[in-house]
Design a protein around this ligand. Structure first.
Ligand code: ADP
Ligand code: MG
Length: 763
């Protein structure tokens, strides 16, 4: 045991020594490995630096000739291209413009334009040359870049080869190291253990190695990537070159186009030149023709000039003589003016004398006209008889008594038939108005008479007939449908107004009443006062009524007031106006006085409108007292009127005007060239047929008075008195008893006084 112990101890010691040796070896190995790893690290570091360098070189190369520059160039070229294209377009436009302008502009402007165009062409050519130079420069630059790229590629290849060698070397050394490690591993078991321990201890180194390897791997990958990048770059370079080639082709194309345009332009210019030449030739030939014409004209003018010279001479002569005349003109003018003045004065004198002569002739004509008119009236007869038949009224009652006994002739408006006691009696008058005749129609037949009083004639219009036959209706009418009185005055107003330029007229009216042979002024302050008819003291033989009121009237309002005033005065005298009015004659006397301003001629015409008292035979019914007396007065005055008219128409030397107040008053309006109208009013009713017969007989007798000495005598015997007229009618009684007592009158009312005041102020 001790020996084994000792042996073991020895073994232990030897092992310890061996361990120490191994430890030393391991330490040495470790240090060796450390050195190797440090070396490897340095190499890795180196490679890294190399890689960095290469990357930098690549980026440098890229920045130097990489796609950016090529792209830049390409962009530049594209821009240039674009510019050229624009230029081309502009030129095209210009060319078109030129072509367009070519049509209207011919002649002399062509030369200038041509020069301008040539200049422009030169400029364009210069520009094209410049563009070509630029293109060559660019191509050179591209060539340089390509060369440098090739150089860089070569260098890259070299560095790649170097790197491959380095890599190979490194991998060789790595293999060596691995082999050493394998040989070390292949040592005895003990050593294996130790080695294991050492291996364990050198794990760190192993890890570092691993890391190195992975790094190496990474680096290899990087190199692969770099290669790829390089490949891409090459591709890019290729595509750039392709684009450059394309651009070049395009440039060539553009150049060809430019050439073509240039050719075209030249052609056009040639055409324009031709055109210009042609135009010039044309103008020249035209000018020659014109020149010829001008020459001819000139020759004509020359000959004209030759012929004009004598004319010029005569003109000069004329001018001189005119000059002389102008010099003498003021004298001549004065002389002419003197003679003209004298002539004008003479002419005025002549005109004046002619005027005077004309005025004299006019006055003579006026007198002649009046004479002629008188003659006409004389021939026609200045006494006319009209008949008017009123319509059947309510007052006529009903039954056979109210039936119409009057019929008319459809063809003759002057004939009327009366059925009396079963017998038809026909009468012929100047005109017959049937019941339907209007006031206006009646007035139309009367208006010529009315207007003649403006010319200075005296006119009487009488309404004759039995009471109720329509006398008052015809003369006065109603306010809605006025009669002759108002219409006559209105007509006079309008006639006077139409003559106002030459004549001054005044129209005055008087209203009077004759009752029981007493004349009363219905417009007077004292309507009851009896007026006398007297001879004018001037010895003219004219009659006048002192105190008879005359109102000047100028309008219809004035007339209405006058009529109203007359009525008021009349009503104050009696209780029954209708009864009273039928027993008295009512007169409206209108006097028209005129003055012709130019001749100084004065005219006076009188229009007497008389509403006679009823012609009915009252006396025969045995009336007594005042009624009888009234009847007698009426009969006498109506007979007197008949007598006067008869005497006038038969032109008797003596006309018994004085037999009644009425005829006496109207003496100057019935004699001479006066005109008279008798309007005989009749009722158509059967019951009035006797009175109608009487009235119509009166009318016919008045009318049938014939002019001339032989008939005069016969008529004298035939003319009946009013009493005789009545006597003709059945059952008539004549009475000759007279009484002059007048009915007791009443005082005129306050109303009459007020109207009178009004009228006087307006008149
Ligand atoms: P005179 O005056 O003759 O007595 P009037 O004029 O008073 O008669 O007439 C009597 C009546 O007959 C009145 O009512 C009147 O209105 C009427 N009269 C008369 N003539 C006509 C006529 N033409 N148309 C219509 N009515 C008439
Ligand atoms: Mg009457």
């Amino acid at each position: 045991v001790v020996a084994s112990m000792a042996h073991l101890q020895e073994e232990k010691l030897r092992l310890q020594e061996e361990l120490l040796a191994l430890q030393d070896k391991l330490a040495a190995r470790e240090s060796q490995e450390l050195a190797v790893s440090v070396q490897l690290q340095g190499q890795v570091e180196n490679l890294k630096a190399n890689l960095r360098e290469q990357a930098q070189e690549i980026s440098r190369l890229r920045s130097e000739l990489g796609s950016t520059d090529v792209e830049k160039h390409r962009d530049l070229l594209v821009a240039e291209n674009e510019r050229l294209r624009q230029e081309m377009k502009v030129r095209d436009g210009e060319l078109r413009e030129l072509r367009r302008l070519q049509e209207p502009c011919r002649g002399c402007t062509h030369l200038q334009e041509n020069a301008g165009l040539q200049e422009r062409l030169c400029q364009l050519q210069r520009e094209a040359e410049e563009a070509r130079g630029k293109l060559a420069e660019l191509e050179l630059e591209v060539q340089q870049k390509t060369n440098r790229l090739a150089e860089v590629e070569l260098r890259l290849k070299d560095s790649l080869a170097e790197r491959a060698q380095e890599e190979e070397r490194l991998s060789r050394r790595l293999r060596d190291s691995q082999e050493t490690i394998a040989s070390l591993r292949a040592q005895p078991q003990q050593v294996k253990y130790i080695v294991k321990t050492v291996e364990v201890e050198s794990a760190k180194a192993k890890q570092a190695l691993c890391e190195s390897q992975s790094r190496n791997q990474y680096l290899q990958e990087q190199v692969g990537m770099q290669r790829q990048v390089l490949k891409e770059m090459e591709q890019q370079l290729q595509s750039s070159q392709k684009t450059a080639a394309q651009l070049r082709a395009q440039i060539a194309l553009y150049e060809a186009e430019l050439e073509r345009a240039h050719g075209q332009m030249l052609e056009e210019m040639q055409a324009m030149e031709d055109e210009k030449n042609r135009a010039i030739e044309e103008a020249f030939s035209r000018a020659q023709v014109e020149m010829k014409a001008v020459h001819e004209n000139l020759a004509g003018v020359r000959t004209n000039l030759l012929t004009l010279q004598p004319a010029l001479r005569t003109l000069t002569h004329d001018y001189n003589s005119l000059k002389r005349q102008v010099r003498d003109f003021p004298l001549l003018l004065q002389e002419t003016l003197r003679s003209a003045r004298a002539e004008i004065g003479q002419a005025i004198e002549e005109v004046n004398s002619t005027n005077r002569e004309l005025l004299r002739k006019y006055r003579r004509e006026l007198q002649l006209r009046k004479k002629c008119h008188n003659e006409l009236v004389r021939l026609k007869g200045n006494i006319r008889v009209f008949g008017r038949v009123r319509p059947i009224t309510k007052e006529d009652g009903e039954g056979p008594e109210a039936a119409s006994a009057v019929t008319f002739d459809a063809d003759d408006d002057a004939v009327l038939h009366l059925l009396h006691k079963g017998k038809q009696v026909s009468f012929e008058l100047d005109k017959v108005f049937p019941p339907q005749a209007s006031q206006e129609e009646v007035f139309q037949e009367v208006q010529a008479l009315v207007t003649s009083c403006i010319d200075g004639y005296n006119v009487c219009i009488f309404a004759y007939g039995q009471t109720g036959a329509g006398k008052t209706y015809t003369m006065e009418g109603t306010s809605a449908n006025p009669g002759i009185n108002q219409r006559a005055l209105q007509l006079l107003f309008s006639e006077v107004r139409s003559k106002a330029a030459d004549w001054d007229y005044t129209i005055t009216v008087s209203v009077a009443e004759i009752y029981n042979e007493a004349l009363r002024d219905l417009l007077g302050k004292e309507p009851l006062e009896k007026l006398e008819i007297k001879l004018c003291p001037d010895g003219s033989g004219q009659l006048y009524v002192p105190g008879l009121t005359e109102f000047r009237v100028q309008s219809v309002e004035d007339i209405n007031q006058v009529f109203e005033f007359g009525h008021v005065n009349r009503t104050t005298e009696c209780t029954n106006l209708n009864e009273r009015s039928s027993r008295s004659h009512a007169l409206l006397i209108v006097t028209v006085r005129g003055l012709d301003r130019s001749t100084g001629l004065r005219t006076t015409g009188k229009l007497n409108l008389v509403d006679l008292a009823g012609s009915e035979r009252v006396g025969r019914s045995g009336a007594e007292g005042s009624r009888l007396r009234e009847a007698q007065y009426i009969n006498r005055s109506l007979s007197a009127l008949g007598d006067v008219i008869y005497a006038l128409r038969s032109r008797q030397g003596h006309v018994p005007f004085r037999n009644s107040k009425l005829t006496y008053l109207l003496q100057d309006s019935l004699s001479g060239d006066s005109k008279t109208l008798m309007m005989v009013q009749v009722s158509p009713a059967e019951k009035n047929s006797s009175e109608t017969l009487c009235s119509l007989k009166f009318a016919e007798r008045v009318r049938s008075v014939e002019l001339g000495p032989v008939s005069r005598k016969a008529e004298l015997a035939a003319w009946p008195s009013q009493e005789q007229l009545e006597g003709d009618a059945p059952g008539a009684t004549a009475s000759s008893s007279q009484s002059h007592a007048s009915p007791s009158p009443a005082q005129p009312g306050a109303r009459a006084a007020s109207i009178r005041r009004k009228l006087q102020t307006s008149g």
